[in-house]
Design a protein around this ligand. Structure first.
Ligand code: GDP
Ligand code: MG
Length: 822
């Protein structure tokens, strides 16, 4: 009986909650847990929602939601034969304990559906389990229907349905539609996804779609005998972890692995629903479950089998999302947002599944969506997104989704499957065998990196000079045509000086993004992440952390945004926290000035040292953070290996521009404001009261601040002017150079004298200063990005704190030890 069928005033005890994972989770979180008593406060025939009392609270549920909850009612209890408690026939209230016992007894029925490709052994499994003798063999479904069989095991009663074989869950064939409909309408408790182990790549495609539907399932790796005979190897435990689906090798023809398979099913069925917010099984429920087993299933204690333990969510059953890549995920998210407005369908469908299907142009889902109140709007958004996908990815969204799913499968199998035969000469395989080679992969990768950086700086130099010239011209134009006064100074020194000093790096940054986009779009970046995975793991990070770290050399802001591709929260957070140690391009001018002045003879060596220092520090910090700071185990995930593709100029331009635009925004916002503030602090008070510019600076607000912090930076060998440089660098690192330029002015001809000749410090101080600049406070924009991406101020403030602290220590050590030696 369903909860929705109870009348006002009646009571029922919950047997189970049906439907997909997202729905079950929500309902269980509300307190609708098996074995709990629900009383109907108000259920009028035409009224929606229905009001219930549960655990002493009043809760309302939609009728359709209540329809997904199975209960035992008092009335039902009277008619039920219960071997353990005797039947209750008189017209007296049924004791609640009896109801609970009945509900628990009823729970022993587990509905299972067999889903898989044709000829993977579903019927063989069905026959073995149910003792039936259905026809087994190589035929393609003539009639589309399902056979039902029963199987008793460990005190449970399994109702098994053998569904027609399908390669996919689209609406193209009657079989596919039938299977999909069965899963959604009949809501089996657990799905057995039967897969032919000797042809995993194709079989797992269906699995990825079942994952989208967020159903409870187990994979029977059938024909495991053939896999073993072929000499290939599969690490199926790892594959389970990557996909979030438990896997059991079976040989259905000989009946091997069936016991284990059904143990896992019990584990999934019993363990899945009762999670606390943290995803842990609630201890009182686990107790109850064990008691119940003692009563009903004396020879079987729940959790006494390893498989049942493992299948529980703390083990490898965790729901994952197949990552379809940033562009598609963005579209899926957009469509999903619109679909999610329809509360009334969420009990039945995973909204993520619906949006993926819509983007695949699934006609049946489209018809269904059109009946929703905002159906037109949803379809319009889908059309817009599909168009966008076609533009940026140069293929239609349906194809793109298929490719992404195969990318997921290829990545997962690359890590777990060892092919011991050299198979088909596919282009992707050939290229992969070279660029992910365990020795050659690395030099090839570093060659690409070298070309990227070299290209960025060499090619970027020309437009850079052009922009410099333009900025100068603009400054001169204002200088020659405006009346004297603070406004003129603000425009020239504050805005043009500040923003102009930064905008010259735009070509470098666009070029860097241009190269990164090519590497990403061609599919190579995924391989680079793949080969770096092992090394990154030693740092407590993940292969996918590698790309954001590399991007950090350009600018930490988009790099921190790029951490979104890392599914694992721990790795993602640590990648964000250490990202500022990757020396961004904004810090380069400072090094160039200092190195040019103090280490002209080993310029490139020094530059390399500084960058390396940042990288080494990142490695050390990442290890420390993953050991002591960020809690949680690494959850393994798949590194998608999408097919190689010739990048289109359109999509490269688009990606480059998108990232460049972020940089320009930073320019127009934070850098502009910071420049104005610094200018203001340096200009006032009493700008005109001093003889020389230097004297004026010393007495300005900024001079006062610099003097105030001098005691703190004195042990590092810095004077107040260098201190001010650091303070302004908090706004944006580019501002350090321009601030020093203003502070260390020679009387009169400041334009003509090289800045480096004007800074009266020793090389040792210069080195300490460069290191300090490398490490300390990430700029405001990075700070904001960390806050946004980590979702809390805590981590942003932490990053600012630890970097500044470490910077101080490093500079202190260098300066003091250096002094000691020299
Ligand atoms: P269905 O189309 O998924 O229902 O697959 P069937 O159960 O009809 O099986 C297709 C073929 O695979 C039959 O010839 C079975 O005998 C064979 N088969 C089933 N399971 C296994 C297995 O574990 N190992 C091997 N080698 N063959 C199997
Ligand atoms: Mg069959």
């Amino acid at each position: 009986m369903r909860l929705s069928e109870l009348n006002t005033g009646e009571k029922g005890v919950i047997v189970k909650v049906l439907g997909h994972g997202g729905f079950r989770k929500r309902i269980v979180e509300m307190g609708f847990i098996k074995g709990k008593t629900v009383e109907v406060i108000l259920n009028a025939p035409l009224k929606d929602p229905i009001k219930y009392r549960l655990l002493g609270y009043e809760i309302s549920l939609r009728r359709q939601e209540a329809d997904m909850i199975e209960v035992v009612s008092e009335q039902e209890a009277r008619t039920m034969q219960n071997p353990y408690h005797g039947s209750i026939t008189e017209d007296v209230p049924v004791p609640e304990s009896e109801l609970v016992a009945l509900a628990k007894g009823k729970r022993r029925t587990i509905n299972v559906a067999l889903v898989g490709n044709p000829n993977c052994g579903k019927t063989s499994l069905f026959n073995i389990a149910s003792g039936a003798h259905e026809h087994v063999g190589n035929y393609s479904g003539v009639t589309v229907d399902a056979k039902e069989g029963f199987f008793d095991f460990q005190g449970y009663h399994f109702r098994i349905v053998d569904l027609p074989g399908t390669y996919s869950l689209s609406a193209y064939t009657p079989e596919e539609l039938y299977v999909r409909k069965h899963i959604i309408e009949e809501t089996p408790d657990v799905i057995i996804n039967v897969a032919d182990s000797s042809n995993l790549e194709r079989n797992l495609y269906l699995t990825t779609q079942l994952i989208d539907m967020n159903v409870r399932m187990v994979i029977a790796l059938n024909m495991y005998d053939e896999l073993e005979a072929s000499g290939n190897k599969l690490d199926y435990t790892k594959l389970s972890q990557l996909t979030g689906v438990p896997m059991v090798p079976t040989v259905c023809r000989r009946g091997e692995g069936i016991d284990k398979l059904f143990h896992v099913i019990i584990g999934i069925y019993e363990g899945g629903d009762f999670l606390s917010q943290k995803g842990e099984i609630r201890s009182e429920i686990l107790e109850e479950l064990r008691d119940w087993h003692k009563t009903y299933v004396p020879d079987h204690e729940f959790g006494s089998h390893k498989e049942e333990e493992e299948a529980r969510p703390r083990g490898y059953m965790r729901h994952i999302h197949i990552n379809h890549g940033p562009e598609l995920e963005r579209s899926i998210e957009e469509v999903k947002k619109a679909i999610s407005q329809n509360e009334s369908i969420r009990h039945k469908y995973s909204t993520r599944f619906l949006s993926i299907k819509l983007l695949e142009n699934d006609k049946e889902i489209e018809n269904f969506i059109s009946t929703l109140p905002n159906g037109k709007e949803i379809i319009a958004i889908r059309n817009k997104e599909a168009l966008r996908i076609r533009k940026v990815m140069n293929e239609d969204s349906e194809q793109a989704i298929t490719d992404a799913k195969y990318g997921f499968i290829t990545g997962a199998l690359k890590e777990t499957f060892t092919d011991n035969h050299l198979e088909k000469e596919q282009t992707t395989r050939v290229i992969d065998s070279i660029v992910t080679h365990r020795i050659w992969g690395y030099p090839i990768f570093f060659l690409f990196l070298y070309i990227m950086f070299e290209g960025t700086f060499v090619l970027g130099d020309y437009p850079m000079q052009g922009i410099e010239w333009l900025v100068d011209q603009l400054g001169n134009l204002i200088r020659n045509n405006m009346a004297e006064g603070p406004l003129k100074d603000l425009l020239i020194d504050g805005i043009i000086g500040g923003v102009g000093g930064v905008i010259v790096f735009l070509p470098n940054i666009l070029l860097l993004y241009f190269f990164i986009s090519i590497l990403e779009d061609s599919g190579y970046m995924a391989r680079a992440a793949f080969i770096m995975d092992k090394i990154m793991h030693r740092m407590g990070l993940h292969g996918k952390s590698f790309i954001p770290l590399i991007m950090g050399f350009g600018c930490n802001v988009p790099a921190i945004m790029a951490t979104r591709t890392i599914e694992d929260r721990k790795s993602r957070l640590i990648t964000m926290l250490v990202n500022p140690l990757m020396s961004c391009s904004a810090r380069l001018p400072i090094y160039l000035v200092m190195i040019g002045a103090f280490f002209p003879n080993y310029a490139s060596f020094m530059l390399l040292c500084i960058y390396t220092a940042g990288i080494l520090l990142a490695v050390v910090m990442a290890r420390i953070f993953s050991k002591f700071l960020v809690k949680g185990e690494d959850s393994p995930f798949v590194m998608e290996l999408p097919p190689y593709r010739m990048p289109t100029s359109k999509s490269i331009m688009r990606h480059t521009w998108e990232k460049g635009a972020q940089y320009l925004k930073k320019m127009g916002g934070i850098i502009m404001i910071a420049s104005i503030i610094i200018w203001f602090l340096g200009y006032y008070p009493q700008h005109d009261a001093y003889e020389s510019a230097a004297e004026q600076q010393e007495n300005s607000y900024i001079g006062q601040i610099g003097k105030a912090i001098e005691p703190v930076i004195k042990p590092l060998g810095f004077d107040w002017k260098l201190g001010i440089g650091l303070i302004s660098g908090v706004g944006a690192k580019e501002l350090v150079v321009s601030t020093l330029g203003v502070l260390y002015t020679n009387e009169g001809d400041m334009e003509n004298v090289n800045l480096s000749d004007r800074i009266p410090i020793t090389p040792l101080v210069a080195l300490a200063y460069m290191l300090f600049v490398l490490i300390y406070f990430p700029c405001i924009a990075t700070f904001a990005a960390i806050k946004q991406e980590s979702g809390s101020w805590k981590w942003a403030i932490f990053t600012a704190g630890y970097t500044t602290g470490v910077a101080w220590l490093v500079a202190f050590a260098v300066f003091q030890i250096g002094n000691f030696i020299v």
